[in-house]
Design a binder for this molecule. Structure first.
Ligand code: ZN
Length: 168
């Protein structure tokens, strides 16, 4: 009996995992199209963060921010539409759960919007695209995948290892 239960648990975990992965794949895909912008092609001899590069990243950041703001808006409207008085306590509980999940998502989106706004400011102050920790160029491709990145890939990796260690 105990073995059977364990098998079911593992099965559920696997299912959850694959759902999470497919979600991740989707969001990666939307990032790959760069919010409607083509990947940047450097001109011959063009130096890092010169030419049309700052403008390119500003466009991406603005488009991303707009998309997030639309999502926040949609959540608010959805909640206003759905917040009916449900007579069944079970239905109410489900709805409350749904709403709290949406509120958490919205909170995350708001924080991300703040981060994007800060990044745009940095960009305007020509303080964009260099690693906060070691000062090297973060790189166009990495920035296109993660326009709000403030660390180069090496420092980011190191950071993640440290974080794992402190969390145990
Ligand atoms: Zn670095």
């Amino acid at each position: 009996m105990a073995t059977a239960k364990k098998a079911t648990d593992t099965n559920q975990t696997a299912k959850k995992k694959s759902a999470k992965n497919s979600q991740k794949a989707r969001s990666n895909k939307s990032e790959a199209v760069l919010w409607g912008y083509e990947p940047y092609k450097e001109k011959k001899g063009e130096e890092y963060m010169t030419g049309a590069q700052p403008e390119h990243f500003k466009n991406i950041l603005e488009a991303w921010k707009l998309q997030l703001m639309k999502e926040v808006d949609r959540t608010v409207h959805h909640m206003q539409d759905e917040s009916a008085n449900l007579p069944d306590p079970a239905d109410r509980a489900t709805q409350e759960e749904e709403f709290s999940l949406e509120l958490r998502t919205r909170d995350r989106e708001r924080k991300l919007i703040k981060k994007i706004e800060k990044t745009i400011k940095n960009l305007e102050n020509e303080d964009y695209g260099y690693c906060d920790a070691c000062g090297v160029e973060i790189g166009i491709r990495r920035l296109e995948a993660r326009p709000t990145a403030t660390l180069c890939i090496d420092c980011k990796t190191l950071d993640e290892i440290k974080e794992k260690q402190t969390r145990g």
